[in-house]
Design a protein around this ligand. Structure first.
Ligand code: GLN
Length: 449
């Protein structure tokens, strides 16, 4: 049914870069055979998923929406991919994104933007716009995305879906093509909080192939979601972040958020305002740390080992010609920014300072979590903006992720849940929790939903 739906609507939406028609059907049939053979496969067996095209798959290309990796076939599956397969979850296809997950609107894809199913002239957000649009247009019931600075939560808010950025280190990065290794994290996307919890349970867990994977037990997210669904938040302390609101935020978005906060209060939560003064520096710190890591990680695309190779002459000339042709303008901008920030003489002034701010932001969170169990804010400052609106203004594009960036810098977890429509367009509330307290997101998110 989902493959039929994709055939029907994706010509217009462009959520998928690759549709795994026959392989998906084969995987679904194999699940039947495994179940018939008595194998215990868990609650999502046979329920298909859309996979952001940054996770490697041996049976489909992994392009990261870059010309550099056009048609690239990985010799191995990402750990997330293997976990999906082991749980009997067929992969419907690979979804569109901003090239190498850098962007906020999916317009940086080398394969054209994805349209927001709620309004085809607008962005579904980014970088994981493909996954969110696939969910919102019923082309997939579940999706796996990645969130480096908001790429799961922000598209969820713009499409009235649910997106979760798990605690850093709980979902393996093995086989996830890196943008910024200290920030990247895979996570579940779904249409309900409980669906997200079920998928979270499949993809999270220790992986010796990822040196930053935490060797800790993963809490029962499904139990937390079911407990939350009873709608009782008595004893839960909720902090509204003062700095994530006010000037620059659309009035309707703020009103939707206020009414969501009232709902939490009505469910018994104790709501207080908290201040995180260093959040105002999250954007500049992120846009120094991320490009620095990007400039190093993307050095591997040297036209020798992966993907596109073009031009003649020396290795240097081939490398330069291939990178010039294979990488898009935003990716180049970040490589240059990062190379500059890391260069001798500038390291302390830029990268070093940004790392200090990262620590101050983590301290703001720690101080807040002494007083409250979760923090909340709007997920985005406005509803979905028109395609083309911010493409020529990178800083305006960066600013759209003001609310989602801080917790990535701290390695914490967060969720976006839908808070209704403003002028026909979705809005979302961001719920944040400390590292390894992901179950709080599900408890509060499910109670709110
Ligand atoms: N929009 C942010 C960026 O461009 C976040 C991207 C992401 O989370 N992958 O870096």
């Amino acid at each position: 049914a989902h493959l039929d739906r994709i055939a029907e609507v994706d010509g217009e939406i462009n959520a998928y870069l690759h549709v795994g028609g026959d392989e998906a059907l084969e995987a679904a049939r194999a699940v039947d055979a495994r179940l018939a053979g008595g194998e215990e496969l868990g609650p999502l067996a046979g329920v298909p998923v859309a996979l952001k095209d940054v996770f490697t798959t041996t049976d489909a290309p992994t392009t990261c929406a870059s010309k550099m990796l056009d048609g690239y076939m990985s010799p191995y599956d990402a750990t997330v991919t293997s976990r999906l397969r082991a749980a009997g979850i067929p992969i419907l296809g690979k979804t569109n994104l901003d090239e190498f997950a850098m962007g906020s609107s999916t317009e940086n894809s080398a394969y054209g933007p994805t349209k927001n199913p709620w309004d085809h002239t607008r962005t579904p957000g980014g970088s994981g716009g493909g996954s969110a649009a696939a969910l919102a247009s019923h082309q997939a019931p579940l999706a796996v995305g990645t969130d480096t600075g908001g790429s799961i939560r922000q598209p969820a808010a713009l499409t009235a879906t649910v997106g979760v950025k798990p605690t850093y280190g709980t979902v393996s990065r093995h086989g996830l093509v890196a943008s910024a290794s200290s920030l990247d994290q895979g996570g579940p996307c779904a249409r309900t909080v409980e669906d997200a919890a079920l998928l979270h349970q499949v993809i999270a867990g220790h992986d010796p192939s990822d040196s930053t994977s935490l060797n800790v037990a993963i809490d029962d997210m499904v139990a937390a979601a079911r407990e939350g669904a009873r709608g009782d938040l008595k004893g839960v302390r909720v902090g509204v972040v003062r700095e994530l609101g006010g000037e620059g935020y659309q009035a309707g978005v703020e009103a939707a958020f206020q009414s969501a906060v009232e709902t939490l209060r009505g469910l018994g939560a104790e709501v207080v305002e908290v201040s995180c003064p260093n959040f105002q520096y999250a954007l500049p710190a992120y846009y120094l740390i991320l490009p620095s890591e990007v400039s190093s990680n993307l050095a591997r695309f040297d036209a020798m080992r992966y993907g596109l190779r073009t031009g003649d002459g020396s290795a240097d000339q081939v490398m330069a010609a291939s990178r010039a042709e294979g990488l898009g303008p935003e990716v180049k901008r970040r490589i240059m920014l990062g190379t500059y920030a890391l260069s001798a003489g500038y390291y302390d002034a830029f990268y070093g300072q940004a790392q200090k701010i990262r620590t101050l932001i983590a301290r703001d969170f720690d101080a807040a979590y002494e007083k409250v169990d979760v923090l909340v804010s709007p997920t985005t400052p406005t509803t979905a903006f028109p395609l083309g609106d911010k493409v020529s203004d990178p800083v305006a594009m960066y600013k759209f992720d003001l609310c989602t960036l801080p917790l990535n810098l701290a390695g914490h977890c967060g969720m976006s849940v839908p808070t209704g429509l403003v002028d026909g367009l979705p809005t979302g509330m961001q719920i944040m929790a400390p590292a390894l307290a992901d179950e709080r997101l599900y408890r509060v998110g499910a109670a709110f939903e």
